[in-house]
Design a protein around this ligand. Structure first.
Ligand code: DGY
Length: 328
């Protein structure tokens, strides 16, 4: 029967705690096995489990390279990642072998833009630093200049990257009345920029003129550690640096030095290298930083829908149909 035929398709899911709505979609027509712990699957286990599978459901913590594809075998038809970023997947290797790659853009754009604003506000108005004072006795009295931060009004905000997420961050910044929103991209985005009156500037101009810099680009060979020592040196001393994209776009040692020496004002990071940050990392000792554990897309409905899109991408690939979102 048809059901028996399709049930012969096998899928390995690298997490047991993917929302059940996604797993149920897969289970209707495939034989699904999952890793047992709510942590990244150990490499050896992944290599063992992927053998003979038709599809792999993975996340950004799984490095999918030639070793994994070799271990899987020639029947592997698709890799579907529950993320918009896919720098953890060797796309060229997949292409060479005709393996299709699915991902989850769009669905997490609003959640990520929202978290970026939350992180920005927490950093510039020093929320965590101030809140700590309530608990540790540091709060003695209301005081005229105590715990003051840099407001967003009349400031210049630079968006590094102006794709889906950058544009939604930009839209959310407008009500805070900045004097100018700028964006830095390879190619002009005139129509999108016009909606929020954003000005396209060079990387150098963004670095030297911005009061806030928000990273919202993909991690590519071109953007890897683009925020390095020389970049931080060019920034204004009141500059606040926000990154909700990927830790890899930052030379983290250079950022740490810039914060320690007050070369720049503060930073808010939802992404770091590595993740999680070791508890003895120098960044954890700084006052002028807000660190979050990569929760940009972590709103409940978003994560549920991400699990379903990842599953539907697999089902589409297994029946030679168009995926909802496929890496070109
Ligand atoms: C992504 O999707 O790439 C985010 O980093 C996690 O949702």
């Amino acid at each position: 029967t048809r059901l028996a035929m399709s049930l012969s398709k096998t899928v390995y899911v690298t997490r047991p705690d993917v929302d059940s709505s996604g797993l149920e979609l897969l289970r209707k027509s495939c034989n699904v096995s999952t890793w047992s712990q709510p942590l990244p699957v150990p490499r050896e286990e992944l290599l063992r489990q992927v053998a003979g599978k038709d599809a792999l459901f993975c996340t950004l913590s799984d490095k999918i390279n030639a070793d994994v594809l070799n271990a899987a075998g020639p029947q592997l038809k698709c890799i579907s990642t529950m993320s918009v970023g896919y720098e953890h997947i060797d796309i060229d290797e997949c292409k060479k072998r005709g393996i299709r790659v699915g991902f989850t853009p769009d669905v997490l754009t609003d959640a990520t833009a929202e978290l970026t604003l939350a992180l920005l506000l927490a950093t510039n108005r020093r929320l965590f630093e101030a809140s700590k004072q309530v608990y540790n006795g540091g709060w003695k009295s209301w005081a005229p200049m105590w715990m003051c931060g840099q407001g967003l009004k009349n400031t210049r905000i630079g968006l590094y990257g102006f794709g889906r997420i950058g544009q939604e961050i930009g839209a959310r910044l407008v009500p805070f009345k900045p004097s100018q929103i700028t964006y830095t991209t390879r190619s002009e985005r005139a129509t999108e920029a016009a909606k929020i009156n954003a000005l396209r500037v060079s990387f150098d101009e963004m670095l030297t003129e911005s009061d806030f810099i928000i990273v919202c680009c993909a991690l590519t060979p071109e953007t890897k550690e683009i925020f390095n020592e020389s970049a931080f040196k060019k920034m204004k001393s009141n500059c606040i640096f926000i990154n909700t994209a990927r830790g890899g776009v930052v030379d983290q040692q250079a950022l740490c030095d810039a914060l320690k020496t007050k070369r720049i004002q503060a930073a808010g990071l939802d992404v770091t290298t590595p993740e999680p940050l070791p508890l003895n990392d120098a960044l954890l000792e700084l006052e002028n930083i807000v660190l979050l554990p990569h929760i940009g897309s972590a709103d409940i409905e978003t994560r549920k829908e991400m699990s379903r899109i990842t599953a539907r991408n697999i089902l589409a690939a297994l029946s030679d149909k168009k995926m909802e979102a496929e890496v070109a």
